[in-house]
Design a protein. Structure first.
Length: 233
């Protein structure tokens, strides 16, 4: 953790150097700067748990492992590669003095897929429907520009996640999660229970089924999962 702290301190100093230069050039007021951390503390232990290695040196490759990985995300559940909040939620900072009011926060839900539509919105461009006369999939994200401007935007109706057989789907306050370690769908109310401490799947079976079907449709559309084969009689 001391090595991690040193990395953050070095990054912080050098981001400060960039901001100072932009101020000296008197161009910082109309520049949008966005910063987000990686999604969740890393629980991996590459090369195994070798306590003889000194972290941070070029010849070693060590990480903190699952215990510290989980602790880094406190109070959120689990860590990187899992679809709980500890694995997908990330701090996001946007700095744009001419547009964004300083020292403000929002609880509107955003996703990394929103970044491209945001850039296009800022420069007043649209996403192409074709490339080299071939139809391409439409962008799924929504512009964050209204949020930057202090407005309330119409958010995503549904958001989906999949990584390494871990799955999730969110609709408004409801989030459905499948963890490959537990192999069952879990349902959480993120407004009342952001730390995902109370699984409500047994209390709302119809919602679980409906959101599971939405996920399956999306997973097949995006090729992250194959269709479930039907049994022949």
């Amino acid at each position: 953790m001391a090595t991690y702290a040193g990395m953050i301190d070095s990054m912080d100093q050098n981001i400060g150097r960039i901001l100072q230069t932009l101020e000296e050039l008197d161009i910082i007021h109309n520049i949008l700067i966005m910063f987000l951390s990686d999604n969740g503390g890393c629980a991996e232990e590459p090369g195994g748990r070798d306590m003889s290695q000194v972290p941070g040196l070029p010849e070693t490759y060590t990480a903190v492992g699952p215990s510290w990985g989980w602790a880094q995300n406190t109070p959120f559940h689990r860590y990187k590669a899992r679809m709980y909040e500890g694995g997908i939620a990330t701090p996001f900072i946007a700095h744009w003095p001419d547009v964004i009011k300083a020292n403000t926060m929002t609880n509107q839900v955003g996703h990394i897929i929103d970044l491209l539509p945001t850039f296009l919105d800022i420069v007043d461009k649209s996403y192409p429907k074709t490339r080299n006369r071939i139809s391409i999939l439409p962008v799924e994200g929504l512009s964050l520009l209204p949020i930057f401007q202090g407005k309330q935007r119409a958010g995503h109706q549904t958001l989906y996640w999949h990584f390494s057989n871990n799955r999730a789907v969110r609709q408004a306050k409801w989030k459905l999660v499948w963890d490959k370690s537990f192999k069952q769908w879990e349902l959480y109310d993120l407004i009342a229970d952001r730390t995902e401490s109370h699984n409500l799947a047994a209390s709302y079976p119809d919602r679980v089924k409906q959101m599971q079907m939405l996920y399956q449709t999306w997973a097949i559309l995006t090729d992250v999962e194959a269709p479930i084969p039907t049994r022949s009689k």
